[in-house]
Design a protein around this ligand. Structure first.
Ligand code: UN1
Length: 516
């Protein structure tokens, strides 16, 4: 597919104009007299469109609309809310191709990854529909006579959702569709590197609400952090802020929201490792590690950044990895044969080059890659060679997350040593072991094993399914979103005690002598 036709297709199908409003308050706000933000494609540096940024006034309006919409939406029975979300998933399915291409154009994901992004939205929508009939609480045995005690989960309020460029719409859906069936509405602040995908998504989903004569429940505000960021985080009408992004910004989010006793769901950086033992299926492991390290050009929170390799297979495995790296096709993500598209921007390329230089200065040995990749006719795109560096566990750079396809390889002798290396980083999102040995596998899963939120056996650190709770420990922030019981964070949990007796037995045996 060529770039021009791809852009034409998404402009038509996804209703992308030359200048798009970046604020949806129930209708799209005016674009005149506003600061503008251009969205460029990392494929070739060409402009895709322009966004009118939110003003303080827009911000006020968004939160007011969200508040009033929440008051209506929360009254709708949960299963009915679930039906609406199902209709939204059905609608997204119709747009899967075009919206997926827009994702590819705007953030440089390969065609299949762009389609996969939309599929994740569809899947979490169907998951949310099932969930809408399963918002259960427990019933507890009361210690008092004629008392009933139980818990219920009620809608929480408007939720602020801040997302990152690398999953420019799926992560929004993980939060927003689950929150919606619980009874909440969401205000989305997308990455300023992927605003068009957000505009298109908001258009599609709210159309379904309109068709059902319902108020919008999905709001959008594209704005610069310095203009509206602090207001957003300090906003007491957002009882919960869900944030995906860097550890540095996430710490600020946690601090500001914590100051006002708000809740946060933080999904911050990862520095994920795969342990490959001598008892693995070598080819499966090569595939699993290569996918984890190379998918989305190493720009996933779940990307494999460290390979911890047993000494007995070190040389042969590394040789196979090197071959795999040298044969992958790098280029425009619009070509279905491409496996690695561009990085998101120049800053990312600089970070890539700096990390490689630092690793070498710290004693790392370059195995393959390490350079910018020049591609004919795409000179203004941000392409780099996927890189493998032999490292040691003490190198500082190995403890940092660089959002680029750089894989640090380290050698180990015993499984205990492998796990010590594995856990010796500040981040704790995803992890993997490749082995057919039950002892190694169980050690990895034991309390002495992986300290991450996600632990995979014989499969990659990346590519988590929506059905599980997604998130991690340590610097990753502790949040869980998407599947399992992650819905609970979007709910107001209330413990209820009902006395249906004829007197009031007070707690701790206290008695008041008030009878005449
Ligand atoms: C992210 O990078 O923020 O597990 C999310 C995966 C994807 C989600 C990644 N399903 O790779």
């Amino acid at each position: 597919m060529n770039f021009k036709n791809a852009l034409k297709q998404v402009q038509k199908d996804c209703d992308i104009k030359m200048v798009n409003s970046g604020v949806f308050t129930g209708s799209w706000s005016k674009i005149e007299h506003k600061k503008k933000l251009d969205s460029f494609s990392p494929i070739n540096g060409k402009k895709l469109g322009t966004i009118a940024l939110a003003t303080k006034k827009d911000y006020k309006q968004v939160i007011e609309s969200a508040e009033s919409s929440f008051k209506e939406w929360r009254k709708i029975p949960g299963p009915r809310r679930g039906e609406i979300i199902k209709e939204i998933s059905d609608e997204l399915l119709k747009y899967k191709e075009s919206l997926g291409i827009l994702v590819s154009l705007e953030v440089g994901k390969t065609i299949s990854e762009g389609q996969g992004e939309v599929q994740e939205m569809i899947d979490i929508g169907y998951f949310a529909t099932g969930l809408s009939r399963q918002i259960y609480g427990n019933t507890m045995a009361s210690e008092r006579k004629h008392h009933r005690m139980y818990e219920q989960y009620k809608p929480l309020g408007p939720i602020g959702v801040i997302t990152s460029f690398n999953f420019p719409s799926a992560v929004w859906a993980w939060n927003s569709f689950i929150a919606a069936v619980v009874g909440d509405v969401t205000v989305w602040k997308p990455s300023s590197k992927a605003p068009l995908t957000a505009v298109a998504t908001i258009n599609i989903v709210n159309k379904v609400l309109k068709r059902n004569n319902l108020q919008p429940i999905f709001f959008l505000i594209v704005g610069r952090g310095r203009d509206i960021g602090d207001d957003f985080l300090n906003e007491r009408r957002f009882p919960l802020i869900s944030f995906t992004g860097s550890v540095k910004t996430g710490s600020k989010v946690g601090e500001l929201v914590g100051k006002r006793q708000g809740k946060t769901l933080l999904e911050l950086g990862g520095n994920n490792a795969a342990i490959v033992t001598e008892n693995c299926d070598i080819n499966n492991a090569v595939n699993g590690v290569a996918f984890g390290a190379l998918a989305t050009a190493g720009q996933r929170c779940t990307s494999t950044r460290r390979l911890i390799l047993h000494k007995n297979i070190y040389d042969t495995f590394l040789e196979k990895m090197k071959k795999a790296y040298q044969s992958v096709r790098i280029g425009t993500p619009l070509d279905p044969n491409t496996l690695i598209g561009p990085l998101i921007d120049q800053q990312s390329v600089d970070n890539y080059l700096n990390a490689i230089k630092t690793a070498q200065n710290q004693g790392g040995k370059l195995v393959t890659g390490g350079k910018i990749k020049k591609i004919k006719d795409l000179e203004n795109g941000f392409y780099v060679e996927p890189t493998i560096i032999e490292a040691t566990k003490d190198m500082d750079i190995v403890k940092e997350e660089t959002f680029a396809p750089i894989l640090y390889v380290m050698k180990y002798k015993t499984i205990e040593e492998a796990l010590t290396i594995h856990n010796n980083v500040p981040q704790g999102l995803s992890s993997a072991i490749f082995t057919n040995d039950i002892r190694e596998e169980e050690y990895f899963l034991s309390e002495k094993g992986s300290d991450c939120g996600i632990a995979n056996v014989n499969t990659s650190t990346a590519g988590a399914e929506i059905g599980g709770a997604f998130g991690g420990e340590k610097d990753t922030g502790g949040g869980r979103e998407s599947g399992s019981d992650a819905w609970k964070i979007y709910a107001h949990r209330q413990t209820v005690t009902v006395n249906y007796g004829k007197d009031v037995p007070l707690a701790q045996g206290v008695k008041f002598d008030i009878e005449e």
